[in-house]
Design a protein around this ligand. Structure first.
Ligand SMILES: [Fe+2]
Ligand SMILES: [Fe+2]
Length: 144
């Protein structure tokens, strides 16, 4: 699978979890949230350590990557905050904020300028190789 397809699948998986979380009861919501948190942390990890660094050498992508890293940091701060919230209303407010932020970010990557630009600049071969690296990094992180 090529890198862009893999990253898109991640986005789609998280989106499904968001839908589930929104309609879940209190307890179930916390359980789904912990899945969301680990999915997002894993996704940010492979983008930050493999995908973005590989794209860094294309001048046209540099600025977008800087912006993306900022958004990842905001997201991680929000995930940490949410993990320690006990009040349901506070939690649901933050959940809505998280969903907005992440969906906006994923849209920017997929349909905004990033992935279309990557398709233009990077060869099929390189995207395949990167896809394999992303997959391997996921396996490694899960095992550790
Ligand atoms: Fe991202
Ligand atoms: Fe992403």
């Amino acid at each position: 699978m090529d890198a862009l397809e893999l990253l898109k699948q991640d986005h789609a998986r998280v989106k499904k979890l968001f839908d589930k979380a929104e309609s879940a009861d209190d307890r179930e919501q916390k359980r789904i949230f912990s899945q969301i948190k680990s999915e997002l942390e894993m996704h940010a990890h492979i983008e930050e350590n493999i995908f973005y660094p590989a794209m860094q050498r294309y001048d046209e992508l540099k600025e977008m990557i800087v912006e993306s890293l900022k958004e990842h940091n905001n997201m991680k701060t929000l995930l940490q905050k949410m993990a320690s919230l006990s009040d349901r209303e506070d939690f649901e407010d933050k959940l809505e904020e998280l969903i907005d932020n992440v969906e906006h970010h994923a849209e920017d990557e997929e349909e905004g300028k990033m992935f279309p630009k990557v398709r233009e600049l990077v060869s099929v071969n390189e995207l395949q190789k990167l896809g394999a690296q992303l997959q391997a990094a996921k396996g490694q992180r899960k095992a550790s």
